[in-house]
Design a protein around this ligand. Structure first.
Ligand code: ADP
Length: 605
């Protein structure tokens, strides 16, 4: 038996590590299993290179708990290690890299936790003692047993194991008893190892027999070694994609469509993204894109790696090139990550464009469900706007869909006002704004339906992008004001008559201080009165309700215009009657006021 000191300079690095990484102890299992997978792969390589003559045999990685000994064992049939290799890879490299790591990140512990792998070393976060029993594939290699009890001291002796491979046995400390629960380990295996490329067995499949669960002799394999994203798109049918979606999110509805990513230059990236069917906002948040590194689950917070708007999608991304063991802020400025992000965006846009071109009908059917993603993307990412503006759709109040280009053609002639501005009329609520829509349509105008969650922002965006164009809601003014043409109609009422009529009208309405009476010279057969709300004020209020910096507008009460048609016979009648009734009285008052008025004039002189 040999003993020695692990090559770390800090005397007691273990307790520090334990405390440091407190919140993420569970990753030890991911790390041990990843090592086992690597070792298994390496043995395959060695065999195919002809350097090892033995059998590959059953490669299953086995995970088992021993409640009495308070241990978990991860056992592989991989390449194994000789005593020399243990000294080199475990004692020196593994531990010194842990020390480097700590040294580098000691000031930013919060940012890094959860986004790195500490490798083998992380098993000390949960244990008092770790043993490695390993036998190398090398000819004549003896089984070695390495033991380390949570201090820089270790022992190395001969161990017992007949076949090539490695057992890592972790003796849990008193704070880590949770990992002795079968359910906890199952949960972790499901989280981190669900799609690992080598079969992982955790106990046996159970069956119900004589009133209790008993083990069968079949291994309980917890992973799918060939998940859809690792296969060629040509091998997969639509239903394979849907099935895989449900493997990821068991209770979600079928997705709308998917995008299979497969990039090998200038970086490696595979994955499948899905456009989910969304029922409400809560649903969007719940299921997230999962990030993998060579099929090992890393995280489901992909902010910074994929463009913001695409974080609303579902699915998986797998890249060995995304630097996982570093802090978030670094990630966001990493140029590789930026490339990945813009590439994913391009792929998504290309795929949407392809569906649009291939099957416009299908695309239109899905539009209402996907518009949230697309509009969000168009608002936030210039590059995406460029691509998406070719296939994004506008829907009118008849439920017809148009591309931007198509729609402009349709309205350009009729809806251009005297200042050469193309006016896009829209409604946010077909029923509530029904009469306004009807009026606009009677003029031969078309009205868009903009009822989506992001449409307030989206409209702003479109106004900036479209040349000489403006969006106005159908009820923001009388139609002839919304789209002003050259011809004007003379008003039948004089200024004085309008002044007199205003208080009369106001006296008849409830909450009159919310209304501003405005006279317009409309046609005789237009409505006598109409209530409108200014586009500007309403939009500012809508925007501030959505959050943003315009909180000030949110507190302004709703104000409306009461537009009176100065040329409507009914209004004429009211004026006539008013003048008749109050005429005489007014005349008398006027008489009395004359000397006063004259006095005022004099004083002014
Ligand atoms: P990393 O896996 O990032 O290299 P680790 O600290 O996890 O770092 O492991 C250090 C080294 O120990 C590995 O590179 C590998 O050579 C060796 N090793 C760890 N676990 C095993 C195993 N189960 N079988 C064979 N070699 C292993």
């Amino acid at each position: 038996m040999q003993s020695g000191k692990i090559g770390v300079t800090t005397e007691n690095i273990f307790p520090i590590i334990k405390k440091f990484l407190y919140s993420d102890h569970e990753i030890f299992l991911r790390e041990l299993i990843s090592n086992a997978i690597d070792a298994t792969r390496k043995l395959k390589t060695v065999i195919s290179a002809g350097d090892y003559k033995g059998e590959l045999g059953d490669q299953t990685i086995r995970v088992s708990i021993d409640a009495k000994k308070k241990t978990i064992t991860v056992s592989d049939r991989g390449i194994g290690m000789t005593a020399e290799e243990i000294k080199k890879y475990i004692n020196q490299i593994a531990f010194s890299s842990a020390e480097d790591f700590l040294e580098k990140y000691k000031d930013q512990a919060d940012g890094m936790i959860g986004h790195f792998g500490l490798g083998f070393y992380s098993s000390f976060m949960v244990s008092d003692k770790v043993e490695i029993i390993s036998r190398s594939y090398r000819k004549g290699a003896k089984t070695v047993k390495w033991t380390c009890s949570g201090s820089p001291e270790y022992t190395l002796e001969e161990g017992e194991r007949d076949d090539v491979g490695t057992d890592v046995i972790v003796y849990f400390d008193k704070d880590s008893k949770e990992f002795l629960e079968e359910s906890r380990i199952t949960e972790l295996l499901k989280k981190y190892c669900k799609f690992l490329p080598v079969e992982i067995a955790f106990g046996k499949v159970k069956e119900w027999k004589d009133g209790k669960h008993v083990d069968t002799d079949k291994d309980n394999i917890i992973n799918n070694t060939k998940p859809a994203w690792t296969r060629k798109p040509s091998e997969l049918k639509d239903e394979d994609y849907t099935n895989f979606y449900h493997e990821l999110y068991p209770v979600a509805d079928d997705p709308l469509f998917n995008i299979h990513l497969n990039v090998d230059y200038p970086f490696n990236l595979t994955g499948i993204l899905y456009f989910p069917r969304i029922k409400n906002n809560i649903e969007i948040q719940k299921n997230k894109i999962q990030l993998y590194c060579n099929q090992v689950f890393v995280t489901d917070s992909v902010e910074g790696i994929v463009p913001d708007f695409l974080t609303l999608l579902h699915g998986v991304l797998d890249s060995p090139d995304i630097p996982l063991n570093i802090s978030r802020s670094f990630l966001q400025s990493d140029s590789n990550v930026k490339k990945i992000s813009s590439h994913i965006m391009k792929k998504v846009a290309d795929r949407l464009s392809e569906i649009f071109k291939k099957d416009r009908k299908e695309f239109e059917k899905k539009w209402d469900d996907i518009r949230l993603f697309i509009e969000y993307g168009m608002i936030t990412e210039e590059k995406f706007y460029e691509k998406a503006s070719k296939f994004a759709l506008l829907k009118n109040t008849d439920g017809k869909y148009f591309t931007f280009e198509e729609y402009e053609k349709i309205i350009k002639e009729n809806q251009t006002d005297k200042n050469k501005t193309v006016i896009y009329l829209y409604s946010t609520h077909k029923e509530e704004q029904f009469s306004f829509i009807e009026i606009a349509r009677a003029k031969g105008y078309d009205v868009l339906l903009m009822e989506g969650q992001l449409d307030t922002h989206f409209i702003n965006q479109l106004e900036q992008k479209f040349k000489d164009s403006r969006f106005v809601r159908v009820d923001s003014d009388v139609i002839d004001k919304l789209i002003q043409k050259e011809e004007t109609t003379e008003s039948k009422l004089t200024g004085e008559q309008k002044d007199h009529l205003t208080p009369v009208i106001k006296s008849q309405i409830h909450n009159s201080d919310k209304f501003m009476v405005i006279f317009e010279s409309l046609k005789e057969n237009d409505n006598p009165m109409i209530i409108t709300q200014s586009e500007f004020m309403r939009r500012m209020k809508d925007m501030s309700a959505l959050g943003g910096e315009m909180g000030f507008y949110r507190d302004i009460p709703d104000n409306y215009n009461l537009v009176v048609n100065a040329n409507h016979p009914l209004i004429e009648k009211v004026v006539n009657e008013m003048e008749k009734k109050v005429g005489e009285k007014v005349e008398k008052i006027k008489e009395k006021m004359k000397p006063l008025e004259a006095g005022k004039e004099r004083r002014r002189d």
